[in-house]
Ligand binder design. Structure first.
Ligand code: HEC
Length: 134
């Protein structure tokens, strides 16, 4: 009988506690819910206008640039060849297409003819997109 009385006394408390927990949980969920969608840079399907994070995948041009870094610097800062950092995709693509076609750009273009001769259209696009990030 005592136990029953105890349970009867306790039951509303348990129910109240459960309710409180539910209320607390939704309050916490409200507080931690993302304020907006985070987009990966370059993902056109993401339209939230929220903050952008850089894609974790390395650009394909990064590996292709390894051979160029010897003359243009690992960060495109220049060396034997001119500085490339800060140039736009269009500018780099234009130059590489010119060198591949054997056109004279500067006094040392012959050095670049050999470099550009083996590049495919995709290589030129990839390299230009990577150099644009330097
Ligand atoms: C042997 C050294 C050397 C290597 C390797 C080399 N370059 Fe060059 N690059 C040069 C030189 C020298 C010039 C200047 C050429 C001129 O006078 O027209 C140049 C010019 C350029 C230009 C034009 C810059 C400007 O502002 O006019 C671009 C773009 C370029 N290189 C990209 C590349 C890429 C991409 C690679 C790798 C595939 C590469 N280069 C590899 C030496 C090099």
């Amino acid at each position: 009988m005592r136990i029953l009385a105890f349970i009867c006394l306790l039951f509303p408390l348990i129910v109240a506690a459960a309710d409180l927990t539910k209320a607390q949980r939704s309050a916490i969920e409200e507080r931690i819910k993302p304020f907006s969608e985070v987009c990966v840079a370059g993902d056109s399907s993401c339209e939230s206008g929220g903050p952008q994070v850089a894609s974790a995948e390395a650009l394909p041009g990064e590996a292709k640039y390894a051979a160029c870094g010897a003359c243009h610097g690992a960060q495109g800062q220049g060396g034997i060849g001119p500085m490339l950092a800060g140039q736009t995709v269009d500018y780099i693509m234009g130059r590489l297409n010119a060198y591949r076609a054997g056109e004279q750009v500067g006094a040392q273009s012959s050095l670049m003819w050999a470099q550009a001769a083996g590049l495919s259209d995709i290589d030129i696009k990839d390299l230009s997109e990577y150099i644009d990030t330097l």
